[in-house]
Design a protein around this ligand. Sequence first.
Ligand code: MN3
Length: 199
Amino acid sequence: MSFEFPDLPYDYSALEQSIDAQTMEIHYDRHHRTYFNNFIKAVDGSPLADQSLEAILAKAGEHGAAIRNNGGGFYNHILYWNSMCNGGSSASAELGAAIDAEFGSLATLQEQMTQAGLTRFGSGFAWLIKQGDKLVVTSTPNQDNPLMDVAEQQGTPLLGMDVWEHAYYLRYQNKRPDYIKAWWDVVDWAAVSARFANA
Ligand code: MN3
């Protein structure tokens, strides 16, 4: 089995302008770690243990709730941590051109993804994905994601916004709109650009 729980790519306080250190610590060290541990329990000793996480998620609908929820949670949080940085990151020329072609502007993309996050009832994620040659904004419930066969919109995740209350409740309480507004300030567009180039 080759699954590893990755280090957080920055300190808990690195995103303090938008997300407080205590939220980061609980989110990473308890929520994310629990998804990872439960995913390992679910695949341990099965043929899935030797597959890639992406290959497992691609057939999530066949594997049952433990693998769908915990494998999704394991993957989604890696993407979420690696979608953020301490500001000052911008999109590549190639990604910028693709965003302009699809959405008209970066601001319009941000509005659409904000709406996707605000209208996701309960818990889930909003996404920017690459779907064939297109960029698409979508959202998924719980710990589902667009790699899964069960997703309404499938594609390669480029940017993932966690809108579970555990991502924001300590500082923002019920005010999901305020969290999302602040979240845009720490999006790592260079990392999104790298995923776009490899998708
Ligand atoms: Mn989360």
